[in-house]
Design a protein around this ligand. Sequence first.
Ligand code: DPM
Length: 357
Amino acid sequence: MFDASMDGSGQKGGGLIRVGTRKSQLARIQTDSVVKMLTQRFPDVHFDIVAMSTTGDKILDTALSKIGEKSLFTKELENALERKEVDLVVHSLKDLPTTLPPGFTIGAVCKREDPHDAVVFHPSNAGNTLKSLPENSVIGTSSLRRAAQLKKIYPQLQFKDIRGNLNTRLKKLDDQNNFNAIILAAAGLHRMGWEERIGQILSPEECLYAVGQGALAVEVRAKDQDLLNMVCALQDPQTVLRCIAERAFMRKLEGGCSVPVAVSTFIKDSQLYLTGAVYSLDGSDCLKETMQSCIVFPNEEVEGPNDDSQHVGITAVGVPHKSLASAECLGTELADLLLSKGAKKILTVARQLNDAR
Ligand code: DPM
């Protein structure tokens, strides 16, 4: 187990771990919750939080999908990890690319919160649903994934970009009259304590969620075995298996923030179910399929503390190896199925149209 007399760099020290975070309120809340869980399990270790700004926080006037930089919210934090200024970094898993730069790994994926998308209405539209909003109402989202799916079901609504952190978006919604509603991840709203603003939760039938949405990830240096052994205490096996399948699907499609790719997963009776879809920007073209795979095997071997094998960037110490491989394979196979039906073309056109916007 983790030796509290070692610091993250493996040197003898006072048991001090430095935790990197972005400066936004949501990032701080997420980091605080992970530090709280670690403190409960390792009461002798001291955790220091180091807050930093990232490119994604600084560029506020451009839609995420147009910036085209994969590690928008992560690069500065990874630089600090590499320089050993921090020992672990807390992220929203959905902001982490499916291939991490060499030398880094996700050492834990915590239990997922509600992964669905939520609608927050302007106070003057409170009590509505997307369906009951007046014609030509304006919905704020910069997510191509959300816009594509909702444009298809609600052609009477208009969709416009909105950027900024959660606080900024809520303020833009409430203080101006530019938007009738905005779409946000339910998990973020819950963490901010704003659940009373959720006017509608979108079911996977209406809107499939983003890969990894609602799950927190702890990134560490891949060779930092002490830290890996420590943070794996936060690992939620079901969340890890679902997210590995989702990320394998995304990786095989070569998707990212800048393409409309969406998923949903659940586990029932030893089976992992994955629904995945790709969309054209207006949602008129769509490929959507579901596959399942067994993830519980009798007497299977647990991934050991010294096993440095990664699954789409995740080192899943403590989770059975065969289950991990099965989840990863499920994601890849579902992507192959969509690719065989023409997913590549849909995504290429979506990317080109978005770049030309
Ligand atoms: C990514 C997307 C968005 C974030 C794209 C998508 C939303 C961008 C937008 C990859 N990252 O979802 O299709 O609406 O303009 C982000 C949020 C959270 C993590 C905020 C949100 C919090 C929830 C979580 C931004 N990243 O989606 O409302 O932990 O999943």
